[in-house]
Design a protein around this ligand. Structure first.
Ligand code: NAD
Length: 374
């Protein structure tokens, strides 16, 4: 299969294939065409792609390939360049993109949504939400450290001593655990909370203390948090406010699939934090976990609390974000190229391939049936 990798739009430094993943795609029997400059913002020069076996080609040829790999969703102008029956791969956000699904079906295209990979053990190597969340958690700590203006580790020097920074992480999923590990390794004293009680041991294993909620949820069956009752929410917010007031840095990562992010820190809780404290809100793009977060901005409150609302934390590590994203695609295409002969087989009996196939040669396939295996 001829696979095209286009340049991404301005402001999107990632690329859907790196020289390393191009080699892996070639080993599956695929031929890869790259638009010149596609990897430049991720520090992958054209020459490295050519050395890996890819061919440089202009945009029109890229979009005329049998399969086009992107990091987001294509525009309708780009879809107009594709031929009927071709396949587009990307983070297509199918639940919130009815117009895109319509554009794919009306053109007879197949859409594979990387952000619809099911959260089952077998699919872990293809899960772009996890691979990017892991980087976002790391980067959240780097951002916090650069705005914090003090050391993370405790110091004892001839001129005086400082205590270690106190970091509190709310939400101990993929991003939260990554933030906990990173902050611990910088020498901070870290605490973490999650509504899912089953993550307590994971929090401790990353070097943090687990702070339990007054009324925790039952162990989750699918790895995801459920919405809390009003009473549970009030009790949780009181705990978050108390912990935040005693912390230098708060990193919030709470989210519930398909919903606006839960509000964890209200204005009062933020105002009670010490001057110089920092909040990094990883849910900024989805409504924010802190009441005063401004998506895409860094603000400082009149009380001296800095709130980081970056919505592009993983993209701030573009070389590795691209490498992990590209590897997720390779792992997916390994499943879909069983003969390693360049022939793509989209087996709709396979729960992973079924879940990501949002349209198939013009047929609407979204939403997929519920997954019954794990
Ligand atoms: P997520 O981004 O949906 O949520 C982040 C965290 O916020 C979760 O741990 C959630 O419990 C927590 N949270 C939600 N509301 C909260 C609140 N009010 N207060 C405190 N915490 C709150 O989740 P995620 O990080 O993408 O994944 C969650 C879990 O799913 C992982 O820890 C893992 O166990 C599982 N998972 C499995 C796979 C797989 O098997 N392929 C892939 C990814 C994740």
């Amino acid at each position: 299969m001829r696979i095209g990798v286009p340049c991404e739009p301005p402001g999107q430094p990632l690329v859907a294939a790196t020289p390393h993943t191009v080699e892996r795609l070639a080993r599956l029997g695929h031929e890869v065409l790259i638009e010149p400059g596609a990897g430049s913002q991720s520090s992958y020069p054209d020459a490295d792609y050519e050395a890996a076996g890819a061919t440089l080609a202009p945009a029109a040829q890229i979009w005329d390939c049998d399969m086009v790999l992107g990091t987001g969703a294509p525009t309708t102008d780009q879809l107009d360049l594709m031929h009927s029956g071709a396949i587009v791969v990307g983070r297509l956000d199918p639940a919130r993109s009815p117009e895109l699904l319509e554009a794919l079906t009306s053109r007879g295209l197949t859409g594979l949504a990387m952000d619809a990979v099911p959260r089952i053990s077998r699919a872990q190597a293809m899960d772009v939400l996890s691979s990017q969340a892991n980087l976002a958690g790391y980067r959240a700590v780097v951002e916090a450290a650069s705005h914090f203006g003090r050391l993370f580790s405790g110091q004892v020097t001839a001129a005086g001593k400082f205590p270690p920074a106190a970091v509190y992480v709310i939400g101990a999923g993929v991003a939260g655990l990554s933030a906990i590990g990173t902050a611990s390794s910088l020498g901070a004293v870290v605490r973490g909370t999650d509504v899912r009680p089953e993550v307590a041991d994971q929090v401790r294993s990353m070097g943090a203390q687990f702070v339990a909620l007054p009324s925790a949820q039952e162990e989750s069956s699918d790895g995801y948090a459920k919405e809390m009752s009003t009473d549970q929410e009030a009790a949780a917010r009181a705990l978050y406010a108390e912990q935040a007031a005693a912390s230098d840095i708060v990193i919030t990562t709470a989210s519930i699939p398909g919903r606006r992010a839960p509000l964890l820190l209200d204005r009062q809780a933020i105002e009670a934090m010490r001057p110089g404290s920092v909040i990094v809100d990883l849910a900024a793009a989805n409504g924010g976990n802190a009441e005063l977060t401004e998506p895409g901005k860094v603000i400082t409150t009149p009380g001296g609390v800095t709130i980081v609302g970056h919505t592009d934390l993983a993209r701030r590590l573009p070389a590795q974000a691209s490498q992990l994203y590209g590897q997720n695609i390779v792992n997916l295409l390994t499943l879909a190229t069983p003969g390693k002969d360049g022939d793509l087989v989209l087996d709709m009996e396979d729960p992973i391939l079924r879940a990501i196939t949002v349209t198939r040669q013009g047929e609407l396939m979204w939403p997929p049936p519920p997954i019954t295996v794990s």
